[in-house]
Every structure is written in C-alpha cells, then in structure tokens.
Design a protein. Sequence first.
Lengths: 112, 502
Amino acid sequence: MKFVSAIIKPFKLDEVREALSNIGVQGITVTEVKGFGRQKGHTELYRGAEYVVDFLPKVKLEVAIKDDMLDQVVDAIEKSAATGKIGDGKIFVFNLEQVYRIRTGETGPDAL
Amino acid sequence: MKKLLSVLSLVTLLGVSALTTSTISYAEDAVVATEAAVEAAPAPEAAPTEAAPAEAAPAEPAAAPAPVPNKGDTAWMIVATVLVSLMVIPGLALFYGGLVRQKNMLSVLMQTFVIFSLMGVLWAIYGYSVAFTGGSPFFGGLSKAFLSGVTPESIAATFSKGVYIPEYMFVAFQLTFAAITPALIIGAFAERMKFSAVLAFMVLWFTFAYLPMAHMVWYWDGPDAITTAESLNTVLANAGWLWAKGALDFAGGTVVHINAGVAGLVACIVLGKRIGYGKEAMTPHSLTLTMVGASLLWVGWFGFNAGSNLEANGYAALAFINTMIATGAATISWMFVEWFGKSKPSMLGAASGAVAGLVAITPACGFVGPMGAIIIGLLVSPICYFFVTKVKYMFGYDDALDVFGVHAVGGIFGALATGVFVNPALGGAGVVDYVANGVAAYDFGAQMTAQIYAVVTAIVVSAVVAFISLKVVDLLIGLRVSEESEREGLDTTEHGERAYHA
C-alpha cells in the first residue's frame, strides 16, 4: 500500500478531488497548510512598512491507496494540479505499513 | 484592582481640586456678572453666556421675549450628535481594531469604548463648565459644574443672531467631541500600554489639555452679544484666547486633531517601541474591519463637521458638501501616490487617505468653498503619506497606528489651509463680521498669523500636558505592561478574554 501526500495550490483543490474520484480513489484528507519552496514568499506593504511573507497558503492532500493505483493517482494529481507556473507544489509517496478500519476492525488493503 | 481604583479616584480628585483652586475666583466673577445682567435685562437670563455685557443691557430695555429654539435646528443637532457617537463607537474602535494584531483587538475596542463612557461622565461633571463658561481666556470656570443651571429651557447660542438651540443639545454635541479626542490618542501607544494607565492618563490629559484648548478656540458670548464695535471688544475680552485672536477652526482641527495627534507622538516616544518593532511582522489583522471603521468615521463625520455649524442652514450644507468631496479627493490622491510609487493601490491606503482628508477639511469645512476643499483633499494625502512612510522611520518612533502622521500632520495642514482658502477670492465663505452683519474683508497676513497662533498653541499645550501626565501616571501606576504580557497580547493578559475563537 502507498500513502500519497501532495502539496497543491488551494484553488486547484476541486479539480484534483474530481480527478481522483474519477479514477476510483475512495477517500481524501485535506489540510490547509503554509510553507515555501522555490516559489519563496512575497512582500506585503502596509503604510510603507514592508513585510516579507515567507509562508504561502497551500493545501495538503493525503490519500492511502493500493500499490497498483499509484501511477494513476500520481498522474491524476500532476495533471489536475498543474498551472505550469512556479508554486504548483509537490507529491510525496510513502510506503504504508498497515491500515485499520476502526468500525469493523478490518486490516490491510480491505480497510482502504 | 482596588489599588488601581483608588489610584484612579485619587487622580480624578487631584484634577478636580486643582481646577477648583485655580478657577474659583473666575467662577465667582462670572456669577456676579450673571446676576447683574439678569437684573438689568430679564430676557437673556437663560442665555448660556452668563457674562452678558452689563453695560449694553440698559440700551435695550424693551427686551424681546426669550428666543425659542428652532425645532429643525434642534432635530438636526440630535442627529449630528448621534453621528459623532457613531464615529467613536464603533467607527474609530473598528478602524483601529482592524489595524492591530489579533491578540490585541479587544484591548483597542475596550479602550475606545471605556474612554467614550468615561469622558462623557467627566464632561457633565466639570468638563462642560471648564470649556464653556467665562473666566480667563485660557480656562473656564466651575459655575456650570454638575451641569448646574442647565435646564430644558436654557439655550445655547449658534452663529446666527437670534438663533438658539437647547443648551442640553449643545452639551451633548460637545460631549461627543470631548470623548472622541482622547480616544484618538490610543492608536499611538496601541498594543503595549496598561489599561489602568490609559484611563489615568486620559483623565489628566482631558482635564489639562482638551478642556483649555476647547475653551481657547470655541468659547465666546455668541453673536447676539455683538452689536457695536464697543460690544465686540467686550466679547473679545471675554472670549477664549484663540477665538479672540481670530483663529478659525470650524469643527476642531486644532482642538481635536492636532491636540490628539501631538499627544500621541509624545506618548509613543515616552512609552517606547513595541517589542519586536521593525523585526517582527506587525500586520493589520483585519483590513475588512478597518474599512468598515473608516467608512463609519466618514459617515459620522458629516455630523461632526456639518453639526459644528449648530444650525441646519446653508453653512451646514457647505460643511456637508466639503466633507464629502475633500475626503473623496484625499482618498484618490493617497491611492495614486501609492500606485505611482512602488506600491499597489491598497485598501489600507484608501482608508488612510479618507481619514487624512476628513482631518484636513475639519477646520475648514464651513469656511472654504468646494473647490478649495478639493485642493485641500488632494494635497493632504501626499503630506501625510510622507510622514507615515518616511518620517516615522527616519526618526524611529513607534506611532503604531499613525495618530501623529495622520491627525496632527493633517490637522496642521488643514488649519493653515483654512486660513488660505477662507478667502472669498478663492471661493471661500469668508469670516462673518457681526458688527456690520456681513462678510469681513480678508487679510492674508492677519488670518495666517491667527492660524499659526492656534497651531503652535495646540502643539505646545498638548505636548507639555501629555508629557507631564505620562510621567505622573508612570510614577503612580507604571505605563507599560510586562514583556510577557505584551508578547502574549493584551486581550488575555489585561482583559481576560479573546476576540476570536477559531
């Protein structure tokens, strides 16, 4: 099993969710996060006082999937989250050791 | 808490007793003068101007019946007073509140709200009397302390002969001015001053800076007291010092804005910078609320400026239109200054420009013509912008919400511009000559001299009183919260609550 965590532009969230639903991903967890990468921050000016805002708002999206879905999922996120401009985000892939469904006690791929 | 209360009441008592000792003789004189006037002419007994010229009274023995206030004027003054209240709560509170960090939001709201309440009570107890009874040219008396002698029948003079409004309405209208002026100062020392120290300082500053300035600029016997050149001299001798000098301040450029702005500058220097100033981000936490606050200020300012005419007539209409367009012009010019500079046209810039425009047109609104108002509006924003974005950083004082940069600087510019654009040749309304009952001849040199007198007096009085008051409060209570409280935010440490629960 794989655990995929993607940092994307907030306004792309709906497109990504739709793309993942279309390929059969059953559940997504979304968190509003802040951070920076190559895009760096930006500056804001309040009555002449300049502040560098290092951390830009992003959305972190997490999905747990079976191994054979990985390529499809990565492809779907890449296509739907891309604008081609700097700051589109990143996708991180982890190996997932175990999954439990709390209600039934199922484990492994059955619990996904 | 008990300690704080006792200190506060001590400060109040000290203030009142100082007043009593310094003005008791004037108060007695005023009472004697009133009795003399009442004996000689029964008609003007209800006039607010208790020192009616006794020698003029016998010349008109067949006194007309006591004037009855016009209902339209009275209704307008009630509305105007409500509008000025709206400027303070919630207008100013939200304008300032949005500009501070989230952890200090309630401290700003609370300071504004409580200052409004406290100053209103003090105004009725002794403020009105000290500002608006005769005495010395610098300080009134205590003959109307506790609003003694003010009744539903008593009347207050306006700017037209034979036109009066109920004295209670004049008291209430002027109360809102006395309440907003100290509240303006809190922007300068926001996010770092003890709540108890704020209140103690405000009581002292209100008593020894606001009241004398209001008396000096606005106290006179009213137009009906002036009939001849001789009676004019009597009125001049009895009036406030700056009124007698001929200084023009229609709605409070010197009394309110220069006064508050200079006190703010002194306060932010005496208190010192906020922890992390210049290093940490101190971004406004809600420019949405700042926009709401600025808009309420603008709307309320119609009452402030047009209401200062005290009558619902053409001059109130002039003040109204000037308040509208000078503010619009200042908003636009601040926006373009930003836009042509290195910044983008920002909401905060537009709101700041609007307030700068409102401040600048305040002393001028009933004196200048609409085109003069537009010029005043267009010019004030670049000047304030320069102070707010350049001068502040050059000298390194932490005027947190730019009380000095907008109110004092805009007020000084407005006071001087009033002297220029009052000129009928430049579309101004001119100054009324109550002896000839027409518009007086304009004299640039004399008018500007009077305006400069008013500006310098306001700066000196406010700075000296603010400095001494702060030192006294520092000794008694201490001015700043602890470093820990400041980092934690004043909402939880001073008030035990939070503005937002996410």
